[in-house]
Design a protein around this ligand. Structure first.
Ligand SMILES: [Zn+2]
Length: 309
């Protein structure tokens, strides 16, 4: 009797726990670290179109059809409230209202900025999520925008064209970045995981680097639940930041009072996806090269056929 009661309790515990298994806590290291996400969040984190990826030149094709972006109201901070937040995984600014929208850039729609956040390393040799030819940058900014045709970010999430994320790399400079400093001035108020504070908005364009040279591919969220709903844009031009300013990120603490560092997911397999670039580079794969290679293959096949006769 006792054993069947025990079995019932185990079964009930299992049934109670299972619905919450996905959406459970996650971390970058340890028991629920990045190498466990595919198991802990099997619906999406084990998918075939995951992010981030290595933007490796031989996998990139120049596409002259990739248009320039239009950033509407990125410098209009009227009536906008910003909340600076330590969410336990990263520093984030949530944009409560407003009309900062991005279109063009061959996004195929208008996307509204919902929040932006950062991924960074314990030192400046690492930290970015995407890499370029295997090389990481000290930090990466993600501006998360939802497709306005879905009304709000919550309603958008079930759709493959739900989000456009604009990614910018950072590079170390000897100069202080004055726009980043406006953000960092609030960091003493968000030292601990869960802390948040309001802050005075600034023009997002002041924080961004040049936007004409960019990579484009289809991927997903780089944190659980890893939904494959993101049109990714990763810009080639970098934002500059001083090492002192980088250190302010490294002093933020998570909910366990550990320093938030190396909060980046390792690069994921490309699995045949295309990476396109808005600009040309001699190291990129060439579309005409692919045609040429195909012609060579076809002709060599024809020659080999003819030789049999
Ligand atoms: Zn991110």
């Amino acid at each position: 009797m006792a054993s069947s009661y025990f079995a019932l309790v185990v079964l009930l515990l299992y049934l109670v726990r299972t619905p919450f298994a996905e959406g459970a806590e996650w971390t970058y290291t340890g028991e629920h670290g990045v190498d466990q996400w595919a198991k802990d969040f099997p619906s999406y984190c084990s998918g075939q179109s995951q992010s981030p990826i290595d933007l490796e030149a031989s996998q990139v094709t120049y596409d002259s059809d990739l248009q320039p972006f239009t950033f509407s109201n990125f410098d209009n901070t009227n009536g906008i409230t910003w909340t600076l937040l330590n969410n336990g995984h990263a520093a984030q600014v949530s944009i409560g209202s407003g009309t900062m929208q991005v279109s063009g850039g061959s996004l195929g729609g208008t996307y509204q900025v919902a929040q932006f956040h950062f991924h960074w390393g314990s030192d400046s040799t690492k930290g970015s999520e995407h890499t370029v030819n295997g090389l990481a940058y000290p930090m990466e900014l993600h501006i998360v925008c939802f497709n306005t045709k879905y009304g709000n970010i919550g309603d958008s999430l079930a759709n493959p064209d739900a989000l456009a994320v604009l990614g910018f790399f950072f590079e170390i400079s000897s100069n202080t970045n004055p726009t980043m400093q406006k953000l960092l001035d609030g960091f003493p108020n968000i030292k601990y995981g869960g802390n948040q504070t309001s802050m005075t908005p600034f023009a997002l364009t002041n924080m961004m680097a040049g936007s004409s040279r960019y990579f484009r591919y289809r991927g997903g969220l780089t944190t659980p639940t890893c939904n494959e709903i993101v049109t990714w844009t990763v810009f080639r031009d970098t934002i500059k930041i001083s090492e002192t300013q980088m250190n302010a990120f490294r002093m933020l603490l998570d909910t366990q009072n550990n320093e938030i560092v190396n909060n980046y997911r390792p690069v994921q397999p490309l699995n045949g996806r295309s990476i396109r670039a808005s600009y040309d580079d001699e190291n990129f794969a060439s579309a005409s090269g692919l045609v040429f290679n195909s012609l060579v293959l076809v002709s060599s096949y024809l020659v080999s056929c003819m030789c049999r006769f």
